[in-house]
Design a protein around this ligand. Structure first.
Ligand SMILES: [Zn+2]
Length: 569
């Protein structure tokens, strides 16, 4: 099975930095990019910044890719000294309660349990069907435009750069951010969604340089990659400390660690090596930020929150398990065999290539397939009208049937036999109306998810219907495609039976499984009482909060709860 080598997503941050320097060297950078690199450690987003008002403050450590079990193992292991000291000992017989902290149980991510979608939802409190950001990459059919802030099926890093140089995520996110709602001085370190914050810190120029050389020397060398990702996470924290030194602490601070996820994807023993990374790199950065608060007398009255976007499931690092983009054995071959012209796997395509009738975006465990009304573009070189929805019988159902058959029997594309768990499709609706919920193709017809699950119980697909509805319905639900493929995966299967849509990696995520979806949500208060924190968390977001409640919780901790008329979920 021919496949693109899987370095793309894992090297986004490195390529971002390499790309910034290269672009400068080649003299084709934008003014903003030049500013980003020259200014180095931080960028103010408001002039003047909002004045800092003081306690209660919130300090969020955003741990990319660290599932709830992984963080708990780190805490209980005792090697992460700063974490252990902050939280204090667990209280016997009181699940989730630590001396100075409370860890909410069973907190689930949105779907897909994938980086860009999940962080955007976490920092807005809205599901992907409302944020407009359904994954690491997606096709906005109303714009006939492909977005890839974290490229998976494409290789260009233009949008990855624009996340930091041009506030790309602020431009594509269709709902208010936490920072806009909170209305208090907010700093971010490396966070992708920045709209409404006062300042963003990024690694300084020296780190940029060393990363570029690590990238040049280190492809294929595990330790070099780990060091490069650690340099990103440590560099972000270091830049933040400089900003704090210059401007004082913010009322709301988000410290984002993208390197954990990138490292876990490529680490040979993913979960163990992730824990080791959190115990060393992340714990040390956490300690330095807490020290900076302590030195300024700002630690008391600061709630410290640990959250994540998703967990990780180890997979086989080979072309048989990585469902790629090129060649006769990969998912796009199903579309071509069904008579569709497929959009090339490039961020931008030339005018001569704009006659595509199907577009594919990859999210690890999920893939989105977008279909045109082919009657608007029957002949090669015809450009489809993507503002029109596809036709159910002529465009959507043939694709659902073909993927189902390929996975059940290997029909047409033998390499896909056994690779898919579920094929979803739905009634197409025109842009401007809320998208319809996804249903399951059962081999004969489309069945509502709840009805399908009654006939075929799947406790491993946790809270599937509610989370699929959050992804697929709403004003931007159509960003999740017309047909959605769920790869066969999950920790209950032997690793040889797990598949994923991307190049080759040692670990992936994106599925509705507990392993991919259950995230930590820990609230600590230095010198505070864990039982009281449990009360506060429950009062703000109930006993069983989800990822979409984190924004509401942070606002409550800041003493700025959402008004009663907040949008219903
Ligand atoms: Zn992630």
């Amino acid at each position: 099975m021919k496949i693109r080598r899987g370095w793309t997503l894992a090297l986004v941050v490195l390529a971002l930095l390499a790309g910034a320097v290269l672009a400068l060297l080649m003299g084709r950078t934008s003014g903003e990019l030049a500013e980003l690199v020259a200014e180095g450690s931080h960028k103010t987003l408001r002039e003047p910044m909002r004045p800092a008002r003081g306690a209660p403050r919130v300090l969020v450590f955003a741990l990319d890719g660290v599932g709830a079990d992984e963080l708990e193992a780190v805490i209980r292991g005792g090697r992460a000294r700063n974490l252990a000291h902050l939280l204090g000992k667990p209280r016997r017989g009181e699940p989730g309660v630590y001396r100075h902290a409370y860890a909410a149980p069973g907190v689930l991510s949105i779907l897909p349990s994938t980086t860009y979608a999940a962080w955007t939802s976490l920092f807005t409190g809205e599901p992907a069907g409302r944020t407009g950001v359904p994954g690491n990459e997606w096709f906005a059919r109303e714009e006939d435009r492909f977005y890839a802030p974290a490229p998976v099926s494409v290789t260009e890093h233009t949008h990855a750069l624009q996340v930091y140089s041009d506030q790309l995520m602020g431009r594509v996110t269709r709902v208010p951010t936490l920072y806009e709602r909170a209305g208090v001085r907010t700093y971010l370190s490396l966070a992708s969604l920045q709209r409404g914050a006062d300042l963003v810190a990024i690694p300084d120029g020296t780190t940029f340089g060393s990363l570029v050389s690590a990238f040049a020397e280190g492809v294929g060398k595990e330790e070099a990659k780990r060091d490069a990702y650690a340099a990103v996470d440590e560099g972000g924290a270091r830049s933040l400390l400089e900003a704090i030194g210059k401007y004082g602490v913010a009322d709301l601070q988000v410290v984002y660690f993208p390197g954990i996820d990138l490292w876990t994807h490529v680490a040979r023993n993913p979960l163990a090596q992730e824990r080791a990374y959190v115990e060393t790199v992340v714990d040390s950065a956490v300690g330095q930020v807490l020290d900076a608060y302590r030195r300024r007398g700002a630690l008391r009255g600061t709630y410290v929150v640990f959250v994540a976007d998703h967990g990780h499931t180890p997979v086989m690092d080979d072309s048989a398990h990585a469902l790629g983009t090129d060649g006769p054995d990969e998912p796009p071959a199903v579309l071509r065999r069904a008579g569709f012209r497929v959009r090339p796997f490039e961020l931008e395509v030339s005018d001569g290539e704009r006659d595509y009738q199907a577009v594919v975006a990859y999210q690890g465990a999920m893939a989105y397939v977008y279909l045109a009304d082919r009657s608007s573009c029957p002949r090669p070189k015809d450009r489809c009208d993507w503002r029109r929805p596809p036709r159910m019988n002529e465009d959507v159902l043939p694709v659902a049937r073909a993927f189902d058959a390929a996975s059940r029997t290997g029909a047409g594309v033998p390499g896909l036999r056994g690779t898919l768990d579920l094929v979803f499709a739905r009634e197409p609706r025109p842009f401007g109306t809320d998208a319809a919920p996804y249903q399951v193709w059962d081999g004969q017809r489309l069945v509502p998810i709840a009805e399908y699950l009654r006939a075929h119980p799947r406790p491993d697909l946790v809270d599937l219907q509610r989370r699929m509805d959050g992804l697929a319905t709403g004003p931007y639900g159509n960003h999740a495609g017309d047909v959605l493929l769920l790869a066969r995966t999950g920790p209950q299967l032997p690793i040889r039976q797990r598949y994923y849509f991307s190049g080759r990696y040692h670990s992936w995520h994106g599925s509705p499984s507990d392993q991919d979806s259950r995230i930590p949500l820990v609230v600590a208060l230095p010198g505070g009482d864990g039982r009281q924190l449990r009360q506060q968390v429950r009062a703000a977001v109930g006993e069983h909060p989800g990822q979409l409640d984190v924004t509401r919780l942070i606002l409550a901790l800041l003493g700025r709860p959402l008004p009663a008329a907040a949008p219903a979920r």
